[in-house]
Design a protein around this ligand. Structure first.
Ligand SMILES: Nc1ncnc2c1ncn2[C@@H]1O[C@H](COP(=O)(O)OP(=O)(O)OP(=O)(O)O)[C@@H](O)[C@H]1O
Length: 864
C-alpha cells in the first residue's frame, strides 16, 4: 500500500497492543461476566482540544495542537504540514484589501448575499450574453434579497494584469472589461473564450491564472493570479522540480495567519463552491486513490471483509457527528470575527478531524467497550452538511457481549438525570434527541409516508431485549425529563442510543448501536430452521434434503412463516445460511451440520450422529469427522502411557496388568506407532515377494557373483562383521549382486540398507567406537576409474592420496573382483555388433588404465 493510500485510507485494521488475539486464548476461558465495577467509573470530562493558536514556524499558519504531525514534532516545536509542506510552498502574501471592499466584508448583509454580489461583478458568463444584465440582477429582484444599493454604482472595479511569476503590474487595456463564457457548454468540450475590447475572441486555457480572478472578483479584487501549472515547490525549482498542485495551492491559501486579512477566508458562502454533479457529464473513471470513489469504496469493502474473516462480526456500530457548537469552533469564530460557523467548513472539518482522532484513541486506550482488536471507519459529509464518521468496532472475545442485559453497561437510551449528570444531560438534550417527529412534527425530515423512517418514537421497555431479527432494543423507562421550548415533553422514546462516557467526553451526537450479529444469526436460524423442522414432520419429501439444500424444493413464505413446496422444482436454487465465524462456537457448528445432516425434525436430530445423540453441536460435528484436530495424537499418547504402565505392572511381583484396574489394554498398533519410523519401514517389506525375487536372482548369479554371495551370507549368518569391496568396471554385475543380497536379507526380516554413511557416523549412531563402522558389515563396490576424486587446486599426488586405497580403512576390506562384463552379453545387442562392442569396451578400459594417449609435457606433475 503506498504511503498516500495509507494516509487517505478510511479503513484501518488495528491490532490491540496487548496482543491478545482471539486465536491465542482458549475458548472456554474467554467468557467472563461483566462486573458492575467495570462500568461504574466516573464520567470523563470534556476533552477540549485548545485553540488554533500554534504558529507554524515557516509560513505563520495557525493550527491546533491536535493537528501536529506527531512523528516530526517535538514538545517545544510542533510540526504541521498541511499549509506550506515544510516551507516548500512559498506564495506572496495577500495584498492589502481595498478599504471599501474591506468595509463591506464586515457588513453582515453583504456577507449573507456575497454570492449574488459576486455574480453581479463576475466577468464570466455561461454564454447567455443577450440577457446577461437581467440574469445578474435577477438575484436581487427576489423579495428575500435586499434591493441594490444605489451607491454601489459608483464603485469601480479595477483589474491588474497577472504575470505568471507572481508579480503584479498595471493592467493593459486588452485584458480589461471582458466577459468570459463557454459557448459550447452543453457538450463536455469546455472552452473558455476571452472577448477583449481590442480585438477578436481568443481561446484561453481553463487553467489560466487569471480565470479565478475573473470568476470571483470579490475574492481577487486586484485580479491577482491564481494557481498556475507553472508553479513549483521551492525546493524543487528547475525543469525536473515537482509541481505545486492546485490542492497544495489552496491548502496554503485557506490557512489563517496572524496579521493577514484574507478575502477567501472571510467570504462566507462564496468560499463554498457549488458543484452540481448533473453538470458533470463526462464519464470519468476514478482511481482507487480518489477518496470516496467507487474503486476506493470497493477497496475498503474488501478490507472490511478481510477483518471479518479474521475477527468475525463487528460488535458495535458508532456514528459520530460533528458539533458546530464545540467550544473550539466557537472560540475560533470569535477570535477571527466570524459570525457563522457554517461558513467556515474548513475549520469545522479540521476540528472534527482532531476530535475524530481523539475518539479513536479514546476507544483504544480507555477501552470503554473492551480491548479493541480492529476498527473500520468511513468519514462522510452530508450534502452541504456536517462531517460525520461511521465506525465498526471489534472487541476481543473476552469483552464481547454475551446476553442482552450486558448491553446496558455500554449503551443507554434514556435521558440522564440533570442533577447528578448535568454535563451529560446537556449533551443528550442538544445532540441525542431524535426529531421530534410523528404527530409532534409531521414535517420532520425523517417522515416518510406519514411514518418515521427511523422508527421513532421507540417503545418503552423495562429491560434491554434482542428481538427476533437480532436488533437490540435498549431499556427505556417512561420518564420524561426534558421539555422542548414549544412545551413538547420529550420522553425516552426519542433518545438515540448513546454511550455515556463518549457523549460526556466529546459533547456531540455519538450514536452507538450494538450489532448483535451473533444473536441475530441465532434468531435467524430459529425462525427458518424451526420452520424446516416443522416441515419435515409432515412432509416426508423434504427428509432427504439437508437444510442447506431445501431451497431447491421449498421456498420460504415470509408471511405465514412456513416452507412451501415450490411449484416448479429447480436444482439451481441454492440455499444460503448467514455466515458464522468459527470463533462463534456452537453457532458455527450448527451451521456446518445443517449442510450435512438430513432427516432432521429437531435440534436433537441435528446433533445425532450414527444414532448417538451428542451433548452439543461441536461434538456431533466432530463425530462426523468434519473437523481436523489432535485427537489421534491424544489417543496415541494415552495408549502409550497405558502401555508403559502395563510394562511396569508386569515386571512387579506378583505381576499385574492394567486390566485389573478396569483399564483396557492398548492395541498392538499403538506400540508400533511409536517405534522408530525408519525401522518400521525397513521391516515392513513384503517378505514373500522378496523371497521369490531372491530365489530367481540367486539362480541367475554367475560363478563369480555366487562365490561372493555365499561368503558374505554365511559370514553374516555366523554373526561376523565382514567388509568386502567388489571391484570392477561397469557392467560386471555389481548392482545385480547387491539386489540379490538385499532381497535375501529383507526376505528373512533382517535390515539391510543401501546407504551412504561414514565410519564416524556409524560409530556414533551405534555407540561403538572400538569397531570400524560401529561393527556393521559393509559391502562396498565400484570402479576406481569411475569414482576418482578430484580435489580443486591439488596436484596429481594429492588427488591420488584421496583415493579409497589410500584411506586408513582400506586394509579392513577384502577385495573381490568380477571379471565378466555381463552387460555386453545382453541378448538385445545383435551379434553383428559383437565385435565392435567388445572393441569399444576394451578401448574404454584402456582409457581407464591410461594405456592410451601421451602425457602432457607442459604439465610437470603429469609424469608417468
Ligand atoms: N547374473 C546376472 N544374470 C543376468 N543379468 C545380469 C547378471 N548380472 C548382471 N546382469 C545384468 O547386466 C547388466 C549390468 O549389471 P549391473 O548394472 O549390475 O553392473 P554394474 O557393475 O553395477 O554396472 P555399473 O558399474 O555400470 O553400474 C544389468 O542389465 C544386469 O541386469
Amino acid at each position: 500500500m503506498s504511503s498516500s493510500r495509507k494516509k487517505r485510507c478510511a479503513s484501518e485494521l488495528f491490532l490491540a497492543s496487548s496482543g491478545s488475539s482471539s486465536s491465542t486464548i482458549p475458548k472456554r476461558t474467554r467468557l467472563r461476566a461483566f462486573s458492575s465495577s467495570d462500568f461504574v467509573r466516573p464520567l470523563p470530562t470534556y476533552d477540549d482540544s485548545g485553540d488554533c493558536s500554534f504558529v507554524y514556524q515557516f509560513c505563520g499558519a495557525l493550527f491546533w495542537h491536535g493537528e501536529r504531525v506527531i512523528r516530526s514534532s517535538i514538545v517545544s516545536r510542533p510540526c504541521y504540514t498541511h499549509c506550506c509542506k515544510s516551507s516548500t510552498i512559498v506564495l506572496p502574501s495577500p495584498l492589502t484589501p481595498p478599504p471599501v471592499l474591506r468595509t463591506l466584508y464586515d457588513v453582515h448583509a453583504f456577507r449573507l448575499n456575497i454570492r449574488a454580489y459576486n455574480n453581479m461583478f463576475a466577468m464570466t458568463s455561461f454564454g447567455d450574453t443577450e440577457n446577461e444584465a437581467s440574469n445578474r440582477l435577477y438575484a436581487f429582484n427576489k423579495p428575500s434579497k435586499p434591493p441594490l444599493d444605489e451607491e454601489l454604482d459608483s464603485y469601480v472595479v479595477c483589474l491588474f494584469n497577472d504575470v505568471l511569476d507572481q508579480r503584479y503590474g498595471p493592467p493593459t487595456p486588452s485584458t480589461l472589461g471582458c466577459v468570459v463564457f463557454g459557448d459550447d457548454f452543453v457538450t463536455n468540450k469546455y472552452d473558455v473564450i476571452l472577448y477583449a475590447h481590442s480585438g477578436n475572441p481568443q481561446r484561453i486555457s481553463k487553467l489560466h491564472p487569471s480565470y479565478m480572478a475573473l470568476q470571483y472578483p470579490l475574492l481577487f479584487p486586484y485580479g491577482e493570479g491564481g494557481w498556475s501549472p507553472h508553479l513549483k515547490l521551492v525546493a524543487e525549482l528547475g525543469n525536473d522540480g515537482r509541481k505545486l498542485t492546485v490542492n497544495m495551492y489552496y491548502s496554503y491559501k485557506i490557512h489563517a495567519r496572524d496579521g493577514v486579512y484574507s478575502f477567501i477566508l472571510n467570504a462566507s458562502g462564496l468560499f463554498q463552491g457549488d458543484v452540481d454533479s448533473r453538470s458533470i457529464w463526462k464519464c470519468v473513471l476514478l482511481p482507487p486513490s480518489f477518496v470516496g470513489g467507487p474503486c476506493y469504496m470497493y477497496n475498503d469493502y474488501q478490507d472490511a471483509l478481510s477483518i471479518c474473516r479474521e475477527y468475525g462480526n463487528p460488535q458495535y456500530f458508532i456514528t459520530f457527528t460533528c458539533n458546530v457548537n464545540w467550544p473550539e469552533i466557537r472560540r475560533y469564530m470569535i477570535r477571527h470575527s466570524q459570525m457563522d460557523a457554517h461558513s467556515r467548513v474548513g475549520i469545522i472539518s479540521r476540528v472534527f478531524h482532531i476530535k475524530f482522532k481523539a475518539l479513536i484513541n479514546f476507544l483504544k486506550e480507555d477501552k470503554k467497550f473492551g480491548a479493541v482488536t480492529a476498527h473500520l471507519h468511513t468519514i462522510e459529509f452530508q450534502n452541504r452538511g456536517l462531517p460525520h464518521y461511521h465506525t465498526l468496532l471489534w472487541v476481543c472475545n473476552l469483552d464481547k457481549i454475551r446476553e442482552a442485559a450486558d448491553i446496558d453497561k455500554f449503551i443507554s437510551a434514556e435521558i440522564p438525570d440533570p442533577v447528578s449528570e448535568p454535563l451529560l444531560y446537556q449533551t443528550i438534550k442538544t445532540s441525542m434527541i431524535h426529531g421530534p417527529c410523528g404527530l409532534l412534527n409531521i414535517k420532520c425530515p425523517c417522515m416518510k409516508d406519514g411514518k418515521c423512517s427511523k422508527r421513532y418514537r421507540k417503545p418503552f421497555s423495562d429491560s434491554t431485549v434482542i428481538d427476533k431479527q437480532g436488533y437490540a432494543h435498549c431499556r427505556r423507562n417512561t420518564l420524561a425529563r426534558h421539555t422542548l421550548q414549544n412545551a413538547i415533553e420529550i420522553d425516552n422514546g426519542y433518545i438515540v442510543p448513546y454511550n455515556k462516557h463518549l457523549c460526556n467526553r466529546f459533547n456531540a451526537h455519538i450514536n452507538v448501536e450494538y450489532c448483535g450479529w451473533n444473536m441475530m444469526i441465532k434468531y435467524l436460524f430459529n425462525s427458518l430452521l424451526l420452520g424446516w423442522f416443522e416441515n419435515n414432520k409432515w412432509d416426508k419429501g423434504g427428509l432427504d434434503l439437508t437444510y442447506g439444500a431445501c431451497p431447491s424444493k421449498y421456498v420460504w413464505n415470509k408471511r405465514v412463516k412456513r416452507w412451501k413446496l415450490r411449484e416448479r422444482i429447480t436444482l439451481h436454487a441454492i440455499g444460503q445460511i448467514a455466515f458464522v465465524h468459527p470463533s462463534d462456537g456452537e453457532l458455527f457448528y450448527i451451521r456446518m451440520l445443517l449442510f450435512h445432516q438430513k432427516v432432521c425434525k429437531s435440534n436433537e436430530d441435528v446433533s445425532t450422529v450414527y444414532n448417538r445423540l451428542h451433548p452439543n453441536f461441536r461434538s456431533a460435528f466432530d463425530a462426523l469427522d468434519l473437523i481436523g484436530d489432535d485427537k489421534e495424537w491424544l489417543l496415541a499418547f494415552t495408549q502409550l502411557v497405558l502401555l508403559e504402565v502395563e510394562k511396569v505392572l508386569r515386571s512387579c511381583t506378583p505381576s499385574k496388568s492394567v486390566t485389573e484396574f478396569n483399564l483396557s489394554l492398548p492395541s498392538d498398533h499403538v506400540e508400533t506407532f511409536f517405534q522408530n519410523r525408519l525401522r518400521l519401514d525397513e521391516t515392513s517389506y513384503d517378505r514373500e515377494e522378496l523371497s521369490n525375487q531372491h530365489i530367481i536372482m540367486v539362480s541367475r548369479l554367475n560363478s563369480e557373483q555366487l562365490n561372493i554371495y555365499n561368503v558374505f551370507v554365511s559370514a553374516i549368518n555366523d554373526g561376523n562383521q565382514v567388509m568386502f569391496f567388489i571391484y570392477r568396471h561397469g557392467g560386471t554385475g555389481k548392482t545385480f549382486l547387491w539386489t540379490t543380497l538385499l532381497s535375501y536379507f529383507r526376505s528373512i526380516g533382517k535390515i539391510a540398507l543401501a546407504v551412504a554413511a561414514s565410519d564416524h557416523s556409524l560409530r556414533d549412531i551405534l555407540d561403538c567406537d572400538s569397531k570400524v563402522f560401529g561393527g556393521m558389515s559393509e559391502l562396498l563396490g565400484g570402479d576406481f576409474r569411475q569414482t576418482l576424486l578430484v580435489s580443486p587446486q591439488s596436484n596429481r599426488w594429492q588427488n591420488v592420496a584421496l583415493t579409497l586405497p589410500k584411506l586408513y580403512l582400506w586394509s579392513c576390506f577384502t577385495m573381490y573382483k568380477l571379471k565378466y562384463n555381463i552387460r555386453l552379453l545382453n541378448d538385445d545387442i545383435p551379434f553383428t555388433l559383437d565385435f565392435s562392442v567388445s572393441t569399444f569396451a576394451s578401448w574404454l578400459l584402456k582409457v581407464g588404465y591410461g594405456d592410451l594417449g601421451y602425457p602432457d609435457v607442459s604439465d610437470t606433475t603429469d609424469a608417468r
